[in-house]
Design a protein around this ligand. Structure first.
Ligand code: SF4
Length: 371
């Protein structure tokens, strides 16, 4: 297979769906979590779950980088954006994430110099073009995006760009998965492993899931056939009574990861003792801050960041969505008070958020089910 259309071939999809049907035990209910928001997006976009037997349920996990940012960190960003002389840069999705003090987009409307960038290098360029201003890059994402932040900080250091700094909200994928597996209210049969993160960390860090919890994991690509094949691989392991980490996404994911990217991350970042996740609370050793060697480029040390903690709004059930406890449409405000235009929670903001994905692609199907 060389071309993307072949990963969307309907006949092949039906053939894999038939294979999946042959692997399930009638009367048994299977719950398989797709960890990555990119998978959730593809599942709803291509209707992958419509091809599954009714006793195979896909549950959405915590792997959407925008969704896990807590309100307090948004408010910290807004405070930084309002700091005299600061140009605040972040990815576009981040600008619409609500904190207690509104959103970064509203801060921009109120006069703060908030600029959307497509990469940290854009932020560095803005810093070079504005030597009399302080430019802060608000970094988010799992291990997928952390290496590009790290490389940008190395370049800022090498080029002596003194007016550039970074507020790191980078997180790591293994600690929240362990927290989920320890959660008493969640029963899962297996995992569709995160394809994007695994391009950096590889498949090996997920070996604790079969070893300690007895669940299969299949690292998956993002096309509909990738996901269907990965579901079949999880179900085959269950049917054969075994559990292991398998790599469906071999065309992109090396089992041991990208060693050069991991090296750069280890140089520039260190683990925080704990980090707050939206809806999941504090999780030990799950966030990355700048290492001592890069402390001078750390916006949290350079500026007075308030470090506020804010409880999620009462109506918001993003935590339950991120843990796979409820489906997006089971949240009381889904599609009414909370929409992509006026999001209450983070899962409705990013296209990788389960609520936004379902709102954009699935709500009409659900309407039909309800009728
Ligand atoms: S509908 Fe809105 S508030 Fe409810 S879980 Fe989704 S994003 Fe959060």
């Amino acid at each position: 297979m060389k071309f993307v259309d072949e990963f969307r071939d309907a006949d092949l999809g039906r053939a894999v769906a038939g294979e999946i049907l042959s692997l399930v035990e009638p009367g048994r209910h299977y719950k398989v979590m797709e960890v990555c928001g990119g998978h959730t997006h593809s599942i709803y976009k291509y209707g992958v779950d419509d091809l599954l037997p009714s006793n195979v349920e896909l549950v959405h996990g915590p792997g959407c980088p925008v969704c896990v940012i807590p309100m307090g960190r948004v408010d910290d960003g807004i405070a930084l954006a309002h700091t005299e002389g600061v140009i605040f840069t972040c990815f576009g999705d981040m600008m619409r994430v609500p904190g207690a003090q509104g959103t970064l987009l509203e801060a921009k409307a109120a006069g703060a110099d908030v600029r959307m960038v497509y990469s940290p290098l854009d932020a560095l360029r803005i810093a070079k073009e504005n030597p009399d201003r302080e430019v802060v890059f608000y970094a988010i994402g799992f291990e997928t995006t952390a290496p590009s932040t790290a490389l940008t900080l190395k370049r800022a250091r090498a080029e002596g760009v003194a007016n550039f700094s970074c507020m790191s909200n980078h997180v790591t994928i293994v600690p929240p998965l362990r927290a989920l597996l320890e959660s008493p209210d969640l029963r899962l049969d297996g995992f569709i492993g995160p394809g994007h993160v695994s391009t950096i960390v590889g498949a090996r860090p997920f070996e604790f899931i079969p070893a300690d919890y007895g669940k299969p994991v299949v690292i998956s690509g993002f096309e509909p056939l990738d996901i269907l094949q990965s579901v079949a691989m999880v179900l085959r392991q269950l049917a054969e009574g075994r559990c292991a980490v398998e790599n469906q996404y071999t065309r992109v994911v090396p089992y041991d990861g990208n060693l050069r990217a991991l090296e750069v991350m280890a140089e520039v970042f260190e683990l925080r003792p704990h980090f707050e996740w939206r809806g999941l609370g504090f999780i030990s050793h799950s966030g990355l801050r700048l290492s001592e060697a890069y402390a001078d480029l750390d916006a949290e040390r350079r500026f007075n960041v308030p470090g506020v903690r804010v409880a999620d709004p009462k109506a918001c059930q993003c935590g339950e969505v991120l843990k796979g406890v409820i489906k997006p449409w089971e949240c009381k405000v889904f599609g009414t008070a909370c929409t992509p235009e006026r999001p209450i929670g983070t899962c409705m903001v990013s296209s990788e958020g389960a609520c936004a994905a379902y709102y954009n692609y699935g709500r009409f199907a659900r309407d039909r089910e309800v009728v």
